[in-house]
Design a protein around this ligand. Structure first.
Ligand code: FES
Length: 196
């Protein structure tokens, strides 16, 4: 039984449904990229663009440097003056042009000729040995007389001679664009020796 004389308790207020219920974010539309991912993608794209720009700048700088300082190989001239005939004593081999031009200038009783300082075996540079009166190749031991004729070691033929003429001023002019080979009978060419 209920006591009808007891005062009725006030009804507890009902919470508003809209205030109490947590809001759930609306699902992204299909195909949409989350904001964080989109920002990272943007920064990544910027980074790639800067890297490409820096690479292009670097390549341009290298190309400019190569243009300003080209990798040119400076060769000595093919024709040069060696001096006046009177400067060469009979029976001597002049080594002065060996390093710079690859030439030995020899004077014998007949005249002056220019021997090519390249061994006919495999191309090493022979040395003139004054005490032994011969050219000797340091690579495999080929020996050559003062004339350039081979006589020992594996060299199959004599040293070659370059073209020599007298220039207008009377100096010996050595022309490396033309050479003469003994085995071809070319040493009889008047330009293979300057007669003195
Ligand atoms: S290169 Fe001169 S002897 Fe071989």
């Amino acid at each position: 039984m209920t006591d009808e004389s007891a005062p009725a308790l006030p009804a507890a207020p009902k919470p508003a449904a809209s205030a109490a219920a947590p809001k759930t974010p609306a699902p992204p539309p299909p195909g949409a990229v989350p904001a964080e991912v989109s920002r990272r993608g943007f920064l990544s794209t910027i980074g790639v663009a800067w890297a490409a720009f820096a690479a292009a700048c670097g390549a341009g700088a290298i190309a400019t440097t190569r243009f300003m300082f080209p990798n040119v190989l400076f060769e000595p001239p093919q024709t040069f003056k060696a001096g006046f005939p009177s400067e060469f004593q009979v029976g001597t081999v002049d080594n002065r042009f060996k390093e710079s031009y690859g030439v030995f200038v020899v004077r014998d009783e007949q005249g002056i000729y220019a021997l090519k300082a390249v061994c006919t075996h495999l191309g090493c540079t022979p040395n003139w040995l004054e005490a032994e009166n011969k050219f000797k190749c340091p690579c495999h031991g080929s020996g050559f007389y003062r004339s350039g004729i081979n006589y020992e070691g594996p060299a199959p033929r004599p040293l070659e001679r370059y073209r020599v003429v007298l220039a207008e001023d009377g100096q010996i002019l050595i022309d490396k664009t033309k050479s003469f080979a003994f085995e071809k009978g070319e040493w009889s060419n008047p330009e293979s020796m300057v007669a003195v």
